[in-house]
Structure formats: C-alpha cells, structure tokens
Write a protein that binds this ligand. Structure first.
Ligand code: MOS
Length: 758
C-alpha cells in the first residue's frame, strides 16, 4: 500500500481550488474561454479553402419564382456558384421525407425545393464565393422575377376561419375537456370580468447570428459547426435529408450564443450549407444576417379571451380562456397557451379553447416559455382585473384560490412551494404597504404603482445517456451530447459530477456539444438539469462502484470487504468512513488496473409511470414597481422581486442569472418587443435591433431573485427541476398590473408603449 502513503503527500487539488457542492454559487467554468474569445461559435471555426455562402431572401409573400438571373452576380471575382431550386442537386430523401425531430404536424418548409414562395423572406438563392465580401456583393446582384399571388398575413381579420390544430407534436397537450359548466357558473356569479388580449409577434434575437460551418474532409466526411440547441437533432436531420449515414456527418455546437428556442429546429442555413458543400465538394460557411433571422420562426401573434367569475369572498367559480394563434400554411405550430388556466387556481368550472389561423407567413417556432409567455399573461392580467372588481388585494385573491391539487384533473403536484414564493416575495418587496386603490401615489411627475403575478411552467424530464471516464492522473471527464446555450450547462454538470465523485471542480471536465457523444435531448423546455444532470449523477454512481471494486482487487486491500455505504469519495480519494486515514487516490486505483482510464456508461430513463401520477411544474411570484410619467407616458420598471420555486437549485449563480435574464426579457416584452408586419407586403418591417426594441441597460433597475426551498425527487433524482423559462413567465403581466395600479389604465396588449399609456 505504498501508493496510499504516497497519495497522502500528493495534493489532490491545486492551491486555491476546492470541492464544490451543488446548491452553491459557482462561476462558469467556461467563463474565461468566453471572455477571452477562445470559445468559438458556429461561424468562427476555421477551415481551409472555405467557401462563403450568402443567402438571397425573397421579397414577396406568395407566388412563384419565374426566373433567377445570376449573370451579373457571376461576374464578381471570386464567385463560384449561385445555387437555387433551379440547379440544386437532386436529393431523393429531400424530395420524399423531409422532417426534423422537432417538426410540428404538417409539411416542413424545404429551402430551394421548388419555385413556390410561401412567405416573405424565404431563402431563394445562395451565392457562394471565395470571400464573404464577394458573396455579399454578388448576392445583391442576383435578379429575381416573381409571379405574385394575393397573400394574407392578418390574424385579426381572419379569426372567423380558425380551426382546431392537429395535435401531433411531442410534448403538446391539447386543452383538456371542460370541467363543470363554466358559462353557467359565469352567468350566475355575483362578480365577474371579461377581457380580450392581444399579443403581437416577437422574435428571439439571440446575440449570436445563425450560422453553419461545414468542414469537408478528403474522404467526404462532414464536420459541421452549427448554431443549434441540439447537435444530434442537426446530425439526424442532415443524415435524413441528404441521405448521409451517421458516420459521414458530425455536428458540433460547443458554444451557443443564446437561442431561446430559435435553435430547436435545424434552421435553413444548415440545409443550404450542407447542400452547397455536397454540390461543390468544398467546405462551406453560411451565416445569416440579423434581418434574415426574422424569417425563420417567431413567437406567434395571439388573440385571447378570458372570463373569470367569483363569489363575493373571492372564491373563483368560473375560468374560461380561449386563444387563437397564427401558424403557416404548411405546418400546425402549436403551443400550450390556455392550459395553464386549468393548473394554477382552484375552480370547479373551467373551459379552455385553442385554435389556429393559417397565414402566408413562416411557421412560428418555440420562443422562451412558449405558450405560457402569452397565456399566463392573459390569465394574470385578468386575475388582477378581478381583484379590483372584488375590491380585494391581488395577492389575497391568489392565496384565496391557491390550488393544492391541479384544478383541471385533481392530480397532486409533485411539489409546489408557490405559497413560499408569495410570502417571501411579498415580504422582500414590501407588498403589505401597497394601497388598494389605483392612482394613489405620485412622486414628482410620475405615478407609482405596484403589481404582481403568478408564473407557472412545466418541470420536464427526458431521457439521456452519459459516460464518465476516470483517468490515471485523477481527472474525470464526463460526456453527454448536451448543449449550453449560455445557461451554464458546462458548469452545472461539472458540479454534479465533482460532488458525486468527491473531486475538486478543476479535476472535472464536462464535454458537450458533439453529436458523437452519448445521446442527450435538445436543450429546451428547461429540462436539461433534470435530464442530463440525472444522467451525470447516474453514471457517477456506476463509476464509484467500479472504482471500489478495483480498489478491492488486492488481497490485502483495506477495502476488501467494504461496501459502498462503508466508504466515501472526497478530496480525490476513496476512503473508509470510519477511518478516513485509510484511503487511496482515484488516479491510483486506475493506475493499479494497468490501464489509462476506467469508463462507465449510463442510460437515464425517467420514471414515467410514477411521474404521470403528478402534475410537475415550476412556479414563481413576481412583484413589480413601475413609475409612469404623467405627460410622456414613459414607463420605468424600477423594482422587481421574482421568487422562484424550481426544486433544488444546483448553482445559485447561473440559475440566478437565468432568472435575471428572464426578468429583463419580461420587462422588454412588456414595454418594447413587437415585430410589425406591413400586410401589403406580408413582411416584418422592423427586422433589426434598431427598430425591434429590446430592453437595454437603461431600462433595467433593481432585480431581486429569491429561490424558495423546494426539493422534488419525482421530477429528478437531484431534487432539481429547471429554471430556463420560468424567469420570463408573467413578468410582463406583473408590469401590466403595476401600470394599472399606477395609472388606473388597463392595457391588454404588449408592448405597452407610451401611446397606449396616455
Ligand atoms: Mo426554450 S423555448 O428553447 O427557451
């Protein structure tokens, strides 16, 4: 056992490093790489003899392409080819079965499929050149003649032709059947409100532009750096569409500069880059412009109607919530807009409805808290309206109707600490000092108002695989084809593994963002920690047992007759609980086997039978102070407290940042964000960051985040749920409600611009 003695004198961690446990605040392990530029994004990976592709976007909403004149473009020095439906390679799979894993029901858009124009901004040609500048110049010289047909992009003018969608989308739950008799209860109630809500189109606008760099090896193998929320989804899609087997394509996305849902489906730059690479047998990069990122999916425009009724004491007796949203002509994009209204407040009579109108517009795509972002907004503003009708404090109304079981189906919640969110959030905010009546407080030229709202989102868990390799030098590498869209996946997964193996964080590397790694789901729906995190914990369980087995191999091993419960993994060693001086370093265990590494693999499957018995949700209570300028109608959101119940929080720093980001976005949604369509052209007109306003530093004041104690071993073995989306939900509703409290003016649409306030 000389190794043991040696190990005693070998530091297991570098000075200044240390053990981490989940539940603490840990800075990003990839932070340095990001701020120094060492982290490369999809358009930044170098390749030899790279061709640059620039997309030419169509300028009509409906019709067909008559002719594409490329003569002038081809004269630009360095231009190699202009591709379009006219000269694209024939692809049998492209023609037959073209679908990505995340496609909704319908027939997905195929770039360059034929001469049909389905929406304004549709990619119609791709210029390929030896330099980006040449490609961009030439793209401006491609002349396209169209035959235009009449189009219609107006939702509100077409509500009469709304239809019930085909519910064929993974995870989509259509509205449940009516509970009780909501209209009858509404008619009979002493206090009631009725309200119509409108939300315009919103766009994701992640910092990183969408891009794909396709690097072609001599043997034809493609390594693709793609901006996506799942390297494996993009790999699967490329294989499927281009008929390339799994071993012919690797997709990587080690760093993603935000996505928020826009990277859930493979975007058209990927299709075009691969198509060009195969056609020209070159490496190709296609990066979209900010403008082009306004034509590949958006949060759909919605109209909603909410009717609420209550007894005089505030007991809800009827909830009715209907929504009509837009979709394209080719797919039924669906999201859960109204279902939340059956999940948050106790009520005997609930009626929910959801329909679509197909327009000459591109298919919408999930955007942070899809469905809830608009649906909960309507419900929570309506609840606020009801509170005034009852002359009741808005928080008291919510507490009065607090649901201990899901109202719509009476299922218990797997955990629900929303009450603690209300209490701690209200306490921190000082809610008890709030005057009941609106327009009660004025400071200088500003009306001051306080509003609140409840947030809800799903607590999802998918399945995932992970592998863990213990190296002879005592370092650990854990892998899964997960994604980090900026949320902190690298850090949190490394923390979970470090804690499980008793290793300092610096000895643990988590690998993600590569389609060849063990299977992981798409990073979406706030499910990554509960899913991939549980797989990481699971593979570490197996690895601990393996290490113990090997440590027992020697006949004179002090661990010979020990079981896992008798030992612990700490400080980079395996030691006896009863006698911590008896230990062996993990690296030594590996070396003693005569190998360089010990590997374990694990498949984490959710306990679906158990999970199905519960409603699994995350919750929030958001409290907001606004100041509204009396003469200018300008709204400032001066204070926000967001109290979150999302299970055990793995890393309070990165999770806190997720919630702060959500609050910032909520303020942005409330006050600024909307994509305006000029219906004469069927085109988004403010398709850039100077005209599509997002909140900037000057818009943001105090934001406090509270994580209340919650531990949910039904959603995940870690006790964790997820924090990606919940931070956004209902923030805009709380802002709306605060504006009403400040001014006495009820505004039922977003964004709440000064013209609406005055
Ligand atoms: Mo999620 S819709 O990918 O933010």
């Amino acid at each position: 056992m000389t190794d043991l003695i040696q190990a005693l004198h070998t530091p297991v961690a570098e000075p200044g490093t240390g053990q981490v446990v989940t539940g603490t605040a840990v800075s990003r392990v990839d932070g340095r790489a990001k701020v120094t530029g060492a982290a490369r994004y999809a358009a930044e990976h170098p390749a030899e003899h790279l061709l640059y592709g620039v997309v030419v976007s169509g300028t009509i909403a409906k019709g067909r392409i008559l002719d594409i004149d490329t003569a002038e473009a081809m004269l630009i020095e360095g231009v190699v080819e202009v591709m379009s439906h006219m000269n694209r390679p024939k692809l049998r799979s492209f023609d037959l079965a073209y679908k990505d894993m995340t496609a909704p029901a319908g027939s997905p858009f195929r770039p360059f499929y034929d001469d049909q124009i389905l929406y304004n901004g549709q990619p119609v040609a791709l210029v390929l050149a030896e330099t980006f500048e040449a490609a961009r110049r030439a793209a401006a010289l491609v002349r396209i003649r169209y035959e235009e047909e009449e189009h219609d992009t107006r939702l509100t003018a077409n509500l009469g032709r709304a239809y019930t969608p085909r519910p064929l989308k993974a995870g989509y739950e259509p509205p449940p059947p009516e509970k009780g008799n909501a209209e009858k209860a509404f008619k009979a109630a002493p206090v009631k409100i009725e309200a119509e809500f409108y939300h315009g189109v919103e766009h994701h606008n992640p910092l990183e532009l969408f891009a794909s760099t396709v690097i072609r090896a001599e043997d034809g193998h493609l390594t693709i750096y793609d901006k996506t929320q799942s390297s494996q989804n993009s790999r699967w899609y490329v294989s499927h569409v281009f008929g390339l087997s799994k071993d012919k394509v690797t997709v990587r996305n080690p760093y993603v500069g935000g996505a928020f849902g826009s990277g859930l489906r493979p975007q058209y730059q990927l299709t075009l880059a691969v198509m060009a690479s195969l056609h020209l047998q070159r490496s190709v990069r296609v990066q979209l412009t900010r403008q082009q990122m306004f034509s590949f999916g958006h949060r759909p425009e919605t109209v909603q109607w909410v009717k609420l009724a209550a007894d005089r004491d505030g007991t809800l007796t009827s909830i009715q919530h209907e929504a009509i949203a837009e979709t394209s002509q080719i797919e039924d994009y669906v999201e859960v807009v109204v279902n939340w209204s059956g999940l948050v407040y106790t009520c005997d009579n609930i009626k929910l409805g959801y329909k679509l109108v197909s327009l000459d517009q591109y298919t919408p795509i999930d955007m942070r808290a899809p469905g809830a972002a608009h649906g909960m907004h309507a419900l929570e503003v309506a609840m606020d309206e009801l509170s005034y009708a009852l002359k009741m404090d808005p928080l008291s109304l919510r507490l009065k109707n607090y649901a201990d079981r899901a109202p719509i189906d009476d299922k218990p919640y797997s955990s629900k600490e929303l009450r603690a969110c209300y209490e701690q959030g209200a306490e921190k905010f000082g809610w008890s000092q709030r005057p009941l009546a609106p327009r009660a407080r004025k400071e200088g030229s500003e009306w001051v108002g306080w509003g609140m709202a409840t947030g809800a989102w799903d607590a999802l868990q998918m399945f995932a695989r992970a592998s863990a390799v213990m190296h002879a030098d005592g370092s650990l590498v854990v892998s899964s084809a997960a994604t980090d869209i900026g949320t902190g996946t690298y850090t949190v997964m490394a923390m979970i593994a470090a804690e499980a193996m008793g290793l300092p964080l610096e000895r643990v590397t988590f690998q993600l963002g590569d389609s060849t790694l063990p299977v992981a789901p798409i990073e979406g729906g706030s499910s990554h920690v509960a899913t991939v995190g549980s797989a990481v914990a699971g593979v570490c369980d197996k690895l601990r047992l393996t290490l113990l087995r090997y440590a027992q191999a020697d006949a004179d091993s002090p661990f010979r007759d020990k079981r896992l419960k008798d030992v612990e993994f700490a400080g980079g060693v395996l030691r006896l609980k009863k006698n911590p001086d008896t230990f062996i370093s993990l690296g030594t265990i590996v070396r003693n086997t005569g190998r360089e590494r010990l590997e374990e693999k694990y498949l984490m499957l959710p306990q679906m039978l158990k999970q199905r018995k519960f409603r699994r949700m995350v919750h929030s209570a958001v409290f907001v102070e606004v100041r509204v300028d009396e003469e200018l109608g300008i709204v400032r959101v001066t204070r926000v407290v967001s109290a979150i119940a999302a299970g055990r929080i793995m890393n309070t720093k990165t999770a806190g940042s997720q919630i702060v980001g959500g609050v910032v976005w909520g303020i942005s949604q409330a006050l600024h964000e909307e994509s305006h369509t000029d219906h004469r052209f069927g085109r988004f007109m403010n398709h850039n960051l100077s005209e599509y306003h997002v909140a900037v530093n000057a818009d943001i004041h105090d934001i406090d985040v509270i994580f209340v104690e919650e531990d949910d071993r039904i959603v995940s073995r870690l006790g964790a749920k997820g924090v990606g989306e919940i931070g956004l939900v209902s923030v805009a509703a709380a802002v709306s409600n605060a504006i009403y409290h400040a001014t006495g003016k009820r505004i039922r649409s977003t964004p709440i611009t000064p013209d609406k306030v005055l």
